[in-house]
Design a protein around this ligand. Structure first.
Ligand code: ADP
Ligand code: ZN
Length: 738
């Protein structure tokens, strides 16, 4: 049994409360039987109904169960206990997001079988008779047997399944070889500890701006204690090297570091840089990992052997043994917001965890969010600034193309100046990128005869045509169908017209214009996974691709030295709709895309196609006036008391039919709180009035900073009595307004 940390309270007496990773109202009381030693934070298994469930000793008993009804803890599990810091974090997140603490705990206990003792794995090694047979020409081995023996001849052992796969034989072969004495069974060691990143390895010599920033962060790591630092530097300024220096200092102190990334599938280049810098890869954490790897990482995070974890937002809930630093890279990225299950913002919650665990946290971005910018301006967060690109690279020049004047040809989407620039770039042997944040071929399909638009049966959304995959898809619910042979409304045959571009259609146009160019499309659905993504990026790096056409997956962090032209096909795309952050996000996204151009010696150019050249976002991008844009944006949010000045929560009421949704929304509206400083807007149909077959009505709750939003919402929710078919989803600090 591992040592308990000093902060664990000793087990009081014979009753404790145990939190289970289930959406229950709170922790349940259990009896501690004679002779059992439990402390707060211990993992235990307890009876629940007819099941047995693993949970965590959460504190003293709540004393609301009669002694006679109290069930005993079944067993204690030999896993390092959950630290006080993490238990308080689970409670904090549950309270803030208005979810059950057990639902938050479930994110921490996300690999249930990691709580079981490792099963001994049986494997096979080569026996002496096997060695002799390999060397003896008279032994007349079958090719399969020979391959198995050769695999094991250099020593080592493997499982039967692994051997059969590598030798391309059936498992029966291993069995008969063992019976014949050629192989010997052995017990394999449990999962090997992950390789240790080595902080002693020298990093590259830092520029003086990097050096200053790194020294500041290293000082914070050495002193320990809570503090938020914003690492603000233009794209390509070398922010990664700076936070690597802080990670090295964390490792030197023997502590663990966590790096949160918005989309781990897109981080192949970062992982490679990490491995080059520290001689070993970091531990990875994201939803695409195989179970065995998740289990190993969870265990090694808990026992402290995984020293650096690079992960998606859920990595924030891992049970680190001794966390010393958190880095949130691309902190402005909207994908840090988890939109289902427990709805939370990983960047904000990372700051909370750092504060509860008393450790430094670094928020990294070239375009920090308005939330973070305001905190930096007010002095709550420290700010480190890298003003220039590393080395000889210059920031690209950004030019606006007015689509009202520079019209593309009919049914085409590239304007004459962009076509010309593409031609020149390709002629110079350089690479170009076309950005359009829309998957598929065309966002709308309509009947030329009757005007009928192809719509999703489950959502208030058009179906998107995909030519590669074939057919029509809904990007909200995944509904897919073949393109019908005739219009479902007027029965006209072959009457469909594709309206507007997606990346596939753009690739078609580019291929038509530049038949010699090697064109690749990069979107989340055109690549089968992280590996395919990494392979494509390598092809671009090797210059086997001349023109890369893609969605926002292409905007992130990648570094292509020969890429000198970025064309943004529809810069206005993100500006419509009722999202209060639409302008901010469009600026951040386009700035990030623009940052792909001219990252090495050759200067870069970015062309923005827009129908609104006078829009503040386009103006700010073209004149490189980020701070002016954010200042204006801050003013308008302050005026309306919108976040980050005021606070916001959304309530989505949904039901299988529209009437039920309306009725429920009316009932909820009648009970709406009347509290000073809190205003309830709605109900109104949500912009996605129907999603996955459910009809949705929305309330927005706007609160002054000083008002107690959570307790008001809790009282409101507690009073609701709704039919079982009605669901109410609470989203505190909403980022999606669909
Ligand atoms: P950012 O994260 O700010 O966009 P990066 O850290 O990716 O910038 O750095 C941009 C490029 O400059 C990368 O190719 C990186 O390897 C290189 N670079 C950054 N700092 C250094 C340094 N001190 N020495 C050598 N190369 C560096
Ligand atoms: Zn749909």
């Amino acid at each position: 049994m591992p040592e308990h940390p000093a902060n664990a309270e000793p087990a009081r007496a014979d009753r404790v409360s145990v939190l289970l990773p289930l959406p229950l109202a709170g922790a349940y009381d259990y009896r501690v039987t004679n002779g059992m030693r439990v402390a707060v934070g211990d993992f235990v298994r307890v009876p629940l109904g007819r099941r047995r469930v693993a949970g965590v000793v959460w504190g003293p008993d709540r004393a609301d169960v009669a002694e006679a009804k109290l069930k005993p803890i079944a067993e204690t599990l030999s896993v390092p206990p959950l630290h006080d810091e993490l238990r308080r974090f689970v409670d904090w997140v549950a309270n803030y997001t208005l979810t059950a603490p057990g639902a938050v705990l479930r994110m921490t206990m996300s690999v249930p079988d990691a709580l079981e003792p490792p099963r001994a794995i049986s494997g096979y090694e080569i026996a002496d008779a096997g060695r002799h047979a390999l060397d003896d020409p008279a032994a007349r081995l079958t090719p399969q047997r020979r391959r198995v023996l050769e695999l094991l001849a250099e020593g080592g052992a493997a499982t039967a399944g692994d051997l059969a796969r590598r030798a391309a034989c059936g498992p029966g072969v291993i069995k008969t070889m063992t019976a014949a004495g050629l192989l010997a069974p052995v017990a394999l060691p449990a999962a090997l500890p992950p390789p240790m990143p080595d902080w002693r390895l020298p990093g590259p010599p830092l520029s003086s701006a990097q050096e200053t920033a790194a020294a500041e962060l290293i000082g914070k790591v050495k002193r320990g204690g809570f503090g938020v630092t914003v690492l603000d530097g233009v794209t390509g300024s070398g922010k990664t090297e700076v936070y690597f220096a802080a990670i090295a200092a964390t490792l030197e102190r023997g502590r663990q570091a966590l790096v949160l990334l918005p989309e781990i599938a897109l981080s192949a280049q970062l992982l490679k840089r990490f491995a080059d810098r520290f001689g070993a890869p970091p531990a990875l954490w994201h939803s695409d990992l195989g179970h065995a790897q998740r289990r190993a990482t969870w265990c090694h995070v808990a026992d402290g052997q995984a020293r650096v974890v690079v992960g998606a937002r859920s990595a924030l809930f891992l049970p680190f043994r001794d966390l010393g630093l958190i880095v949130v890279d691309e902190e402005h990225d909207a994908s840090f917001k988890q939109e289902d299950g427990v709805i939370y913002h990983a960047r904000d919650m990372a700051v909370v965890r750092a504060s509860l665990a008393q450790l430094p946290i670094v928020l990294v971005s070239a375009t920090p969010s308005l939330e973070t910018t305001i905190n930096a301006l007010s002095g709550r967060y420290a700010r480190l600034h890298l003003p220039a690109r590393h080395g000889m690279a210059r920031l690209p020049e950004i030019r606006v193309i007015d689509l009202r004047k520079q019209k593309p040809e009919r049914q085409r989407f590239l304007s004459p100046p962009l076509v010309q620039a593409l031609g020149e770039t390709l002629a110079a042997g350089e690479q170009a990128m076309l950005f359009l944040n829309r998957r598929g071929y065309a966002p709308l399909t309509l009947c030329r005869e009757c005007g009928h638009r192809m719509q999703c049966p489950n959502c208030t959304a058009w179906l998107i045509e995909h030519r590669r995959a074939g057919g029509l898809q809904c990007h909200h619910c995944g509904y897919a169908t073949a393109m019908p042979p005739a219009c479902p409304q007027c029965a006209a045959a072959a009457s469909f017209a594709a309206c507007g571009p997606g990346v596939e259609r753009l690739a078609e146009e580019a291929a038509h214009r530049f038949p010699q160019a090697r064109i690749a499309v990069m979107a989340s659905d055109t690549l089968s996974g992280p590996r395919a993504m990494a392979e494509l990026l390598e092809r671009v790096e090797r210059r086997e691709v001349d023109m890369l056409i893609g969605t926002q997956v292409m905007a992130k962090g990648h570094h292509f030295p020969m890429l000198t032209l970025v064309g943004v096909v529809d810069a206005d795309l993100g500006l419509s709709g009722g999202d209060l952050r639409a302008a901010e996000r469009t600026f951040q996204l386009l700035h990030q895309v623009a940052g792909r151009a001219g990252r090495a010696e050759r200067p870069g150019v970015v062309l923005l196609q827009t129908y609104m050249p006078e829009h503040p976002v386009m103006q700010a991008l073209a004149s490189d006036d980020r701070d002016g844009f954010f200042a204006a944006e801050a003013e308008s949010r302050r005026d309306g008391n919108w976040p980050p000045f005021g606070r916001l929560a959304a309530l989505i009421v949904s039901a299988p039919d529209a009437d039920a949704a309306d009725r429920a929304a009316r009932v909820i509206a009648r009970q709406a709180p009347h509290v000073e400083g809190i205003e309830v807007l709605g109900p109104a149909p949500a912009p996605l009035a129907m999603l996955r077959g459910r009809h949705r009505r929305r309330f927005l709750v706007k609160a002054q900073r000083a008002a107690s939003l959570q307790s008001t919402l809790r009282a409101w929710l507690d009073a609701m009595q709704l039919p079982a078919a009605v669901r109410v989803q609470v989203d505190v600090d909403p980022y999606s307004f669909l």
